[in-house]
Design a protein around this ligand. Structure first.
Ligand code: HEM
Length: 439
């Protein structure tokens, strides 16, 4: 379907896998220069990995992907997640259980995601899930607020019916553009301060220099601005994606007690096999949780965190379904629609069925073209492994100790699409201590 208005870029929305393969692998690019669909984020992300193009992007992606594939980073991610689960998430749930409190699980998971990505990206603890005192003391409190504001104010630019209103507001420094400028300057100043501190202290003194910033900062040719933009990109990528996936997951599982029992049974079996007496799990243990891996993936099929994604056409082209696409037009593919197509998933596409991902009990991945939840092709998500570590750790540790009662009286949460697919009114839950299943 193509459309044009005097105010919008030309565009096509598709869910046809052949079209999706075409746009992800040929003649299309992410975030080209000069497009309304992409400039809205440019001021915020600068030359960060999401926005850059051509040679510079290739260089950044190469550097980032080299670091992302290192075992030491994986260990750092696992340790960071374990710490946050044992010291913050589980104690918070225990307190809520004792006090019979109702919690907004979406909000808690977003705080968890933010703490986690800030530690992994630059070894700062915003203590968003910590105690009030911890949060007050934390340098990152202001950063968190400003980051959230900058992200939503950038979206205001994109959602505006008239593409030039924001440019006029920007020139006169008024309204949402003034607020955006102020929030961005808090984010940029905070990131720059951390980068300067990191450059002054030799790598090795700071947590073994394991966070992403230390890894990039050790290369002298990386400018301060480059480092700042790359850090902001990582925080943006990791901030709401995993929490969106987990919120929908916990809601879906609450509607399927049979799936929940299978997950808990698997978690208890792994715990027993490894004779692990802690409260969280290591990488090898998580890797053995194949049913859980399938359940998390199945949940993202129905509720992909990045529900829509847009690329732009480099030269006039024709899609495999015959649609003409002009140079500079953008094509949006809907991972949400693709996850619900009978041609791809069969007649039971509407059922939450983790088993569809398992072959002899082992997870069998689907082609990223048919399941483009993490994107596909040269710009595929770099944090996929990190995301699975975080999501599986949270689910395994929480469901092992608690049952999560969703207080929606059978209603489906209302969706709201910002950069990620969120629940409009959060996810109200009460947790109860779980009796052990006998393994
Ligand atoms: C369930 C969780 C996640 C999902 C569903 C997800 C999905 C995606 C998608 C769809 C893209 C392509 C976006 C675009 O180019 O328009 C992307 C890119 C990216 N993601 Fe993720 N992501 C997740 C978690 C993470 C995490 C935790 C990180 C770690 C920091 C991360 C790092 C990145 C980076 C760096 C890119 C840019 C790659 C490039 O443009 O070359 N992601 N992700």
């Amino acid at each position: 379907m193509g459309f044009q208005t005097p105010f919008q870029d030309y565009g096509i929305i598709t869910a046809n896998p052949l079209n999706v393969e075409h746009i992800l692998k040929t003649n299309f690019e992410n975030y080209p220069k000069g497009q309304r669909s992409t400039t809205f984020l440019k001021d915020f992300l600068g030359q960060g990995i999401f926005n850059s193009d051509g040679e510079q992007w290739r260089h950044q992606r190469k550097l980032a992907s080299h670091e992302f594939n290192k075992r030491s980073l994986r260990n750092f991610v696992v340790n960071t997640v374990q710490w946050e689960i044992e010291n913050r998430l589980l104690p918070l749930l225990r307190r809520a259980e004792e006090r019979d409190e109702v919690l907004d699980l979406q909000d808690i998971l977003e705080c968890f995601g933010f703490d986690n990505i800030c530690k992994v990206a630059f070894n700062e603890d915003p203590a968003c899930l910590g105690t009030k005192e911890e949060e007050e003391k934390s340098m990152s409190k202001e950063f968190k607020k400003a980051f959230g504001d900058a992200q939503s104010l950038s979206m205001v630019r994109f959602m505006d019916v008239f593409p030039y209103t924001w440019r006029i507001k920007k020139v006169f420094d008024v309204g949402s553009e003034r607020k955006l400028r102020e929030s961005m300057s808090v984010v940029h100043e905070f990131a720059t301060k951390i980068i300067r501190e990191r450059r002054e202290k030799p790598v090795g003194m700071l947590c073994g220099g394991e966070d992403l910033l230390s890894r990039f900062a050790s290369e002298k040719e990386n400018s301060e601005e480059f480092l700042r933009d790359i850090v902001i990109s990582f925080v943006l990528a990791g901030r709401e994606t995993t929490s969106s996936a987990l919120s929908w997951f916990f809601w879906l599982v609450s509607t399927r007690p049979d799936v929940e029992v299978k997950i808990v049974k698997e978690v208890e079996e792994v715990r027993a096999r490894y004779q692990n007496s802690g409260e969280s799990f290591g990488f090898d243990e998580l890797r053995e949780m194949q049913y859980l891996h399938a359940a998390v993936t199945e949940s993202m099929r129905l509720y992909p965190p990045v529900a829509l994604d847009t690329l732009a056409c480099r030269e006039d082209d024709t899609l495999p379904d015959g649609s003409f696409v002009g140079k500079g037009w953008f094509v949006t593919y809907s991972a949400y629609a693709m996850g619900r197509m009978e041609e791809i998933w069969g007649k039971d596409w509407g059922e939450f069925r983790p088993e569809r991902w398992l072959e002899d009990g082992v997870f069998r991945p689907e082609s990223p073209i048919r399941f483009p939840v993490f994107h596909a092709g040269p710009r595929m998500c770099l944090g996929k492994e990190m995301a699975y570590i975080q999501m599986k750790s949270v689910v395994a540790s929480v469901l092992e100790q608690f049952s999560v009662d969703v207080l929606l009286k059978g209603r489906t949460p209302e969706q709201v699409l910002s950069m990620t697919l969120r629940m409009k009114d959060g996810l109200p839950v009460q947790v109860k201590k779980r009796e052990r299943l006998t393994v």
